[in-house]
Design a protein around this ligand. Structure first.
Ligand SMILES: *Cc1c(COP(=O)(O)O)cnc(C)c1O
Length: 354
């Protein structure tokens, strides 16, 4: 730290992203990316845009927002777009949290929430999940805080039914309830259907997981036009060009090819169920994940040991050191061949244990 670093940020512990080795030596099952590249149709769209790279991007992202509005059946003023949903999340902490509206989220959830709270000097409460890693909705009823719920949750994959989201939102009318739906395309129902009744819900979505565009950095928020206007005030006060023209047009191309995304999601769901079944056969305990990953612990091997042994064999998974989940690993779902390699590696590792 230099002697010039602002006192405001002295105590900040940055988020630790999953490893991104810059070679092809690993089977990467650690950051929940799609194993499938964007479709040819989507890529053709993006390439068109290269010719106008000398011009600034459209700060209002009109074409993209119009297509998103059509996709989700809402009006255009109910959508904002950002440089990955991480940015939408940060802007939500900035816009909807302060000393009178402290933040609340689960103790086991997306690791960026406490970082954003700290970055913005916002007080926050971490609410323990139940023993089975589900959320107890009662813990959130009428708490009078700005609530962040990843649904399905990460790293657990557990999904909270929409009725409970609605109850939580209705009981906290003076606060925003942010529903982070990074994984909802893999088996959950979207809270977008609640927006008519609950004007205090903000849904946050990303192109990084189900839409094969993690490297393109594209996220968006869906909510009442008032909430979206607030987020746009923050966006236009930081970086109006946060979504560059290439990302906008690739994103547009992906939206124009919805069947491809649907097919990819179906394949991943089938591979997830296959992997869950095979892991359970091998004595693993796993949550009923509704996401593109499984969250599992072996009855024979320590979580960290398994993570390291897999890495040695060229397979990256995500291990977290937090006490409550240190026995587990989060394993992204890849192609069937990748999952078969994972299972083979696990068999070899367990065999070596005997
Ligand atoms: C991956 C992830 C995000 C971040 O997505 P980006 O759009 O790539 O920034 C947000 N929330 C959760 C819960 C995630 O797992």
């Amino acid at each position: 730290m230099s002697r010039f670093f602002s006192k405001r940020y002295e105590m900040l512990t940055p988020y630790t992203p999953g490893e991104q080795p810059q070679n092809q030596e690993y089977i990467k099952l650690n950051t929940n990316e799609s194993p499938f590249p964007p479709s040819e149709k989507a890529m053709a769209f993006g390439r068109e845009e290269l010719r106008t790279l000398n011009l600034y991007s459209d700060p209002e992202c009109k074409r993209l927002i119009a297509e998103l509005a059509k996709t989700y059946g809402v009006s255009e003023d109910m959508i904002t777009v950002n440089n990955g949903s991480d940015e939408t999340l940060n802007f939500s902490f900035m816009a909807f949290c302060d000393d009178e509206h402290p933040a609340a989220f689960a103790d086991i959830t997306y690791g960026f929430y406490p970082v954003f709270a700290q970055l913005n000097g916002i007080p926050y409460t971490e609410i323990p999940l139940k023993e089975d890693f589900s959320i107890d909705p009662e813990d959130y009823i009428g708490i009078g805080k700005t609530i962040f719920i990843a649904n399905p949750n990460s790293p657990t994959g557990v999904y909270l039914p929409l009725e409970q989201i609605e109850r939580i939102a209705a009981s906290n009318p003076d606060n925003v309830v942010i529903v982070d739906e990074a994984y909802v395309d893999f088996g959950g129902e979207s809270a977008v259907s609640l927006l008519d009744r609950c004007s205090n819900i903000l849904v946050i979505r990303t192109f990084s997981k189900s839409r094969s565009m993690a490297g393109g950095r594209l996220g968006f928020g869906i909510g009442s036009k008032e909430l979206i206007a607030d987020l746009n005030t923050i966006r236009f006060s930081t970086n109006p060009y946060n979504v560059n023209s290439l990302t906008e047009s690739f994103g547009l191309g992906i939206l124009k090819d919805p069947q491809y995304m649907k097919d990819c999601c179906e394949t991943i769901i089938a591979n997830r169920e296959f992997t869950l079944e095979e892991l359970r056969k091998r004595g693993f305990a796993a949550t009923d994940s509704k996401a593109n990953f499984v969250f599992a612990k072996s009855d024979r091997l320590d979580g960290e040991k398994l993570y390291l042994a897999l890495k040695e064999k060229g397979i990256l998974v995500r291990h977290f050191t937090k006490e409550k989940i240190r026995d587990y690993n989060r394993i992204s779902i890849g192609t069937r061949a990748q999952m078969e390699s994972l299972l083979k590696a696990i068999d070899e590792i367990l065999e070596g244990q005997k």
